[in-house]
Design a protein around this ligand. Structure first.
Ligand code: ADP
Ligand code: ADP
Length: 228
């Protein structure tokens, strides 16, 4: 699903954000990506979502080598990736329903199909009764669930989340992670970037750790070396 081969990224200006990073995430796998602020987590996610390009090395998504794809293919590859952010990036003047429907409208589905799929996904994230609400009237945890519903409504095989629990308390954070687990159990590959080590420590998932742009550990949380 995701493959990095000797990937380095240096930003214009000389800041080296990633150094010779190698890893592979299989279809249907769930993993965390962690590391201190500035370690390169966001850069790694931006390389996957084709918002940045590697300086050296290869990134493959779903078998596509991102170095050789045509500009016109970019939207089609992105369509396979559901993105979730810390700030939910919801349209505040649109209802929950309209926010979640957006990706389906862009793909040109019929009204009937859109109503059915948005209804099903809102049910799944526990917001069926909030469909007509404006996001501003919802709690932080509920807004995050709207963001997740929007990311999964077109059934992408890969979900990428950048600090999805950043603004939430531990209980709500765990609920959000449980939601990712549900989608993962339905076969979706999930990569969650977070610096919330307390949250990760309660899970038994593969965890990739970046430090100053290098992948220093890749394994189950229990096998972690002590942090320095
Ligand atoms: P993290 O998400 O782990 O906090 P980032 O990927 O945002 O790390 O940043 C890694 C390094 O790259 C940092 O030193 C950061 O300052 C630098 N960096 C990130 N984005 C840019 C950019 N657009 N231009 C220049 N340097 C950047
Ligand atoms: P239906 O095909 O009747 O919509 P599904 O059980 O396939 O019913 O899906 C119900 C909802 O759950 C869908 O609208 C979709 O948004 C979400 N969903 C189901 N499977 C996946 C999946 N593999 N990835 C992401 N979302 C999914």
């Amino acid at each position: 699903m995701i493959r990095f081969e000797q990937v380095s990224k240096t930003y214009p200006g000389g800041q080296q954000a990633l150094r010779q990073v190698n890893f592979h995430i299989a279809p249907g796998e769930m993993a965390f990506l962690t590391g201190h602020s500035g370690a390169g987590k966001s850069t790694l996610l931006k390389l996957i979502s084709i918002m940045e390009r590697p300086t050296v090395g290869r990134v493959l998504i779903n078998g596509h080598d991102l170095n050789v794809i045509h500009r016109r293919q970019v939207p089609f590859i992105r369509r396979d990736i559901g993105m979730i952010f810390q700030s939910h990036q919801l349209l505040m003047d649109k209802s929950v329903f309209d926010n979640v429907a957006l990706p389906l409208i862009i793909e040109g589905h019929t009204h009937k199909e859109i109503a059915k799929r948005v209804g099903a996904v809102l049910e799944r994230v526990g917001l069926a009764d909030k469909s007509r609400c404006l996001p501003i009237t919802l709690s932080g945890g509920e807004q995050q669930r709207v963001g997740i519903a929007r990311a999964v409504v077109n059934k992408p095989p890969l979900l990428l989340a950048d600090e999805p629990t950043g603004n939430l308390d531990p209980k709500l954070s765990l609920e959000i992670i449980r939601l990712f687990e549900d989608f993962n159990q339905a076969g979706v590959a999930v990569l969650i970037a977070t610096h919330d080590l307390g949250l990760i420590a309660r899970m038994k998932y593969r965890t990739l750790t970046l430090k100053k742009g290098q992948m220093i550990t890749d394994g189950l949380t229990e096998e972690w070396p002590g942090d320095d």
